[in-house]
Write a protein that binds this ligand. Structure first.
Ligand code: CJB
Length: 820
């Protein structure tokens, strides 16, 4: 038994009755004709009977506890993945529902496979938000996740003739059983218009006169705690028109213009922007951001006002965590409400506001640091630009000028405004100035935030910048995705690790226990076989489970260096062609990655991987020693299949570029050995697991900086390394694209003429050497298995439960609310 049963009135018999009742009365079907999808929906509705009840209890209990302080996690992305199995596990009902369905002639696995992934995020940042929601509720902390109810999630990726093609992801086409529309909490949100000045007695006041309104309709998704009764809420706002449509125009035959307002409003939450780590500057995106913030801040205030007459103590009852700068416009929005609607004077309003917000920085990449044209904000949010101006003026004159009198450079650098054409608002500066705490997401990242990104802010506010290393929920990323391993661990150390991952340390002593080692190895093998079957079924590629499963799964980005991996594959291929007996263990290189639709080079890298795969996989001369697999449409669900099957975890970003990474944690926990640079959380992973149980290579942050400062010349590396030269030349020719010679040359071009901004060539030799070490290590079966088990045993630190406890201790200061 992996899960303690929670007190529930749901017996197998009751579950069966409930499922059948929902088939018949909610879904207008019956047990004789229902499709698998209908069975799935009925099962979800049966679970909801328990879930919604508990959600109410949680809500009521939180209010009863004197309006317990609540964290509001504001995020444009929540990459929650499928919820059916997750909810079953967290409710402790997996066995009972399996049995109930079984007795009804249904298979639980097939049924939970009916759920479409709600892909409401791009990658790490969105997935982190989902892990945090799971941990918050499991640890019984009051929390609300606020996001957008996108009609279309992240695009589905197809591969056509090697190229990425994008298809819309209509994830809730026919409804989604775990969400409920809470229309009574709908809100109207102002936009555009102008600002008026008026007098109240002797006091000059401002008011925003908007020219348009949007309606925010909340859809709530319950977040079920593991082994607790608590159920928190993820509230996603859908945008609708305030007025349905103009019936007169419609009747006169002007269909398009009659519907204009409706279509325009609905477009706000129609699609998730598919860009990862790059800003976009589009008006619709700004409106998305404001819409989320305005709805959420208003909702938080409404909740507060049910108990308190004023907002003076808002910062005692609530904290708003900004998931990167995307929701930073919440800062001037709260100020606007405090000043213009509540009539609070500036200094007091600023104190309240600043104590409400905390901001997480997730990246140092300059192209991801959001800025918005001043004119655009002034047009869409005329009152907010005034407030931002005032915040900036007071900050520069009262804080910066005091600390560094007459220092023009400091004023220019720290100003919220970036001068130039067009003038821009720097959302990161606004976020640091407007928050009481700012955190980075791994030790190294936080150090770099302090030393490189915000050194002056760190000097001005010495206690503001703190670190919270990311984590992942062990419920989904071990228990759910790798049930056999979870079972093995529980059988030996007990099931408590699922709520306290540091207990995995107890596994360490089994790393030399023959029986345990064999069982662990058998589980890895079975997981590899499952993935091999999927690869065969979907791509018609045969891979052997004897081979090393070498995995790189993450967004496609130059800084993550999938092309470094590719260069190594080409190197091995050349060696095998030159010497068919070249001594290497067989290897399957597995990739999965989506590229932002507008990111040309990233798409070219996907194309190159697929073209190289096609040639290598069909080259009989190399006797299957290398296989290259690009799995299309990477998603949370696909990650759950790949991760338990991985032997090697590729974490090869240029040092200083990956803020943390969380895939590195998931793969390590499931027994993959990290092949990585000293970047992001890799540093802490290597620290925990021990250098001898990971393969660390490449330039450090300091070496990267020194090399760049000394004038990096990628050509020199090519000149010194014949193998490197040969594989880069391959990319320029027609070896892999006979019908389109030169079609892969954009990659070579970026590496040579383009100056190789991410130092792929500089790290190439060290990477190839680390790969050779890894190959050798894998062949010592006993030692490899030992390292693998130690990875599982020593990565307990990387639970999102630990991250949440860090946030609670250092930033949020929440108290648990236990639902009885
Ligand atoms: N990250 O996924 C994103 N999107 C961004 O726009 C900026 C950063 C990622 O956030 C993760 C969660 O903190 C990090 O682990 C990852 O390194 C970072 O790239």
């Amino acid at each position: 038994m992996l899960t303690k049963e929670k007190p529930t009135s749901l017996s197998v018999e009751k579950l069966k009755l409930s499922i059948v009742r929902h088939l018949r009365t909610t879904l207008a079907s019956n047990e004789h004709v229902a499709s698998q999808n209908t069975w799935w929906q009925a099962t979800c509705f049966a679970l909801n009977e328990e879930i919604f009840e508990n959600a109410w209890s949680t809500f009521k209990q939180t209010r009863l506890d004197h309006c317990a302080r609540t964290v509001n996690y504001l995020s444009l992305e929540f990459l929650i993945g499928r919820l059916t199995t997750n909810n079953l596990i967290n409710l402790g009902l997996e066995d009972k529902v399996r049995q109930a369905l079984n007795e009804l002639g249904q298979d639980i696995n097939a049924i939970s496979g009916e759920e479409r992934d709600p892909s409401l995020g791009n990658g790490g940042l969105g997935r982190l938000a989902a892990c945090f929601m799971d941990s918050l509720v499991t640890l019984e902390y009051p929390a609300v996740g606020y996001g957008l109810h996108y009609q279309y999630g992240l695009f589905r990726q197809g591969i056509k003739n090697g190229e990425q093609v994008e298809y819309p992801d209509n994830w809730r086409d026919y409804g989604y059983p775990f969400e409920v529309c809470r229309s009574s909490f709908a809100l109207d949100i102002p936009l555009y218009g102008h600002v008026e000045t008026y007098y109240q007695g002797d006091t000059m006041r401002k008011r925003w006169v908007p020219s348009q309104y949007l309606r925010g309709v909340p859809w709530d998704i319950p977040v079920v705690g593991f082994e607790v009764k608590n159920v928190n809420t993820l509230r996603l706002w859908e945008c609708r028109a305030v007025n349905e449509f103009d019936l007169n125009q419609f009747n006169q035959g002007c269909f398009a213009s009659a519907l204009h307002e409706k279509v325009k409003a609905e477009s706000v939450t129609q699609v998730l922007y598919p860009n990862d780590e790059s800003e976009m500057g589009k008006e619709l995106r700004l409106i998305q951001q404001y819409f989320l913030c305005a709805c959420s801040v208003r909702d938080i205030i409404n909740r507060h006002k049910e108990h308190f007459a004023s907002l003076d103590n808002l910062c005692d009852t609530n904290v708003m965590q900004l998931n990167d700068t995307h929701p930073a416009i919440a800062i001037p929005e709260l100020m606007r409400i405090l000043l213009d609607e509540e009539g609070i004077e500036w200094d007091k309003a600023w104190k309240i506001s600043q104590r409400c917000f905390a901001y997480t920085n997730h990246t140092l990449l300059p192209e991801a640091l959001e800025t918005w044209p001043v004119d655009l904000i002034a047009k869409v949010l005329p009152r907010h630009i005034e407030i931002i101006n005032e915040i900036n003026y007071l900050f520069l004159s009262q804080v910066v000028e005091k600390q560094w009198p007459g220092d023009q450079e400091k004023l220019i650098k720290l100003s919220i405004f970036e001068e130039g054409y067009p003038r821009q608002v720097r959302m990161a500066n606004l976020s640091v100035i407007g928050s009481y705490k700012v955190n980075g997401v791994a030790k190294l990242h936080t150090q770099l935030v302090k030393s490189d990104l915000f050194p002056e802010f760190d000097a001005l506010f010495p206690d503001r910048l703190v670190n919270v290393t990311n984590g992942v929920t062990p419920r989904r990323w071990l228990r759910q995705c790798n049930p056999a391993l979870a079972q093995l661990i529980s059988a030996n150390i007990g099931p408590q690790w699922q709520k306290d991952l540091s207990l995995l340390a107890g596994v360490e002593k089994y790393a030399t226990d023959k029986k345990f080692v064999q069982q662990y190895a058998d589980i890895k093998l079975a997981n590899k076989q499952k993935l091999a079957n999927y690869i065969k079924d979907n791509l018609a590629i045969d891979v052997s489970t004897e081979a090393i499963f070498d995995v790189q799964i993450k967004r496609l980005h130059e800084y993550k260096r999938q092309h470094l991996n590719l260069l190594h594959i080409l190197t091995l291929y050349r060696r095998l062609l030159a010497d068919p007996n070249y001594d290497m263990h067989s290897r399957v290189f597995i990739f999965a990655a989506k590229a932002a639709p507008g990111y040309r080079l990233a798409k070219d890298i996907i194309y190159a991987i697929n073209k190289v795969a096609a040639v290598i996989n069909s080259d009989e001369r190399i006797k299957g020693k290398i296989k290259v697999v690009f799995l299309p449409d990477y998603s949370v669900t696909l990650a759950e299949l790949i991760i338990p099957a991985a032997d090697v975890s590729e974490q090869i970003s240029t040092a200083g570029k990956e803020a943390s990474g969380t895939g590195n944690m998931k793969l390590g926990l499931n027994g993959a050995l990290t092949l990585g640079t000293l970047d992001g959380a890799n540093v802490e992973i290597a620290e925990e697991v021990g250098d001898e149980h990971a393969f660390i290579f490449g330039l450090t942050v300091d070496q990267v900086n020194a090399l760049k400062a000394s004038g990096y010349r990628p050509q020199d590396y090519i000149a010194q390394n014949d193998e490197l030269k040969a594989v880069v030349d391959w990319l320029c020719g027609d070896k892999f694209t006979p019908e389109e010679p030169g079609r892969l040359s954009s990659i070579a071009h970026s590496l040579v003429q383009g100056g190789d901004p991410y130092l792929v060539l500089a790290d190439f030799a060290a990477y190839v050497e680390a790969q050779a070490q890894l190959d050798k290590a894998y062949r010592n079966r006993t030692a490899w298995l030992h390292s693998t088990i130690l990875n599982t045993a020593r990565l307990g630190k990387f639970s999102s439960d630990r991250s949440i406890e860090d946030y609670v201790r250092d930033i949020w200061h929440l108290k648990k609310v236990s639902v009885k």
